[in-house]
Design a protein around this ligand. Structure first.
Ligand SMILES: [Zn+2]
Length: 184
């Protein structure tokens, strides 16, 4: 088993916990979408005893009023998946080793109060504009698979033919999932 340096991995994971958790623990999807609101616990159920910590993007922590408090994203994964610590480190390292989007969520918890706000916003905006420019209109011959997919999902022709919708040749799935979270 390869050796993972916990401290280094924790630093690497900082700011990427929504992506890591969506990849490794999809049962957190509702909590991620509704954060910081309380949702039903992914383990014991109930009505609204579970929530992500305010700095979840940075550190990954969460808590359930019944199951307990999990101060780091690693601990959350151990709890949800029943993994031991080395297993958890390996899984997180694997996700981080893939192609992460070059987008740092705006200032940690996304409230944008920190000093680096302007720079981060600018980078994010540039990256989004570039992504848009790299995409092709859905009328493009090349975008046919995307068009077919949207049609089968019941998306209206008006939307598919709108210039506001494009197909990107090489966007990882999680980027699409994450954008609403990042732009909140
Ligand atoms: Zn619980």
């Amino acid at each position: 088993m390869p050796y993972y340096n916990y401290e280094a991995l924790r630093e690497q994971a900082r700011g990427y916990w929504p992506h890591i958790h969506l990849s490794l623990a999809p049962q957190l999807e509702e909590a991620l979408e509704k954060a910081p609101r309380h949702v039903s616990c992914p383990v014991h159920g109930g009505r609204d005893g579970f929530r992500l910590f305010k700095d979840h993007t940075e550190n990954g922590g969460a808590m359930c009023n019944t199951c307990g408090s999990f101060p780091s994203g690693f601990r959350v994964l151990q709890w949800l998946q029943g993994w031991d610590f080395p297993q958890t480190l390996g899984a997180v390292a694997e996700v981080l080793g893939g192609s992460l989007p070059d987008i740092r969520p705006v200032n940690g918890n996304g409230n944008g109060n920190g000093p680096a706000k302007g720079r981060d916003d600018e980078r994010l905006l540039q990256r989004l504009r570039q992504t848009w420019r790299d995409a092709v209109p859905l009328q493009d011959e090349w975008a046919q698979p995307a068009r077919r997919y949207l049609m089968r999902r019941g998306i209206s022709a008006a939307t598919i033919n709108s210039t506001r919708c494009r197909c990107h040749p090489n966007l990882a799935y999680f980027v699409i999932r994450l954008l609403p979270l990042l732009l909140k």
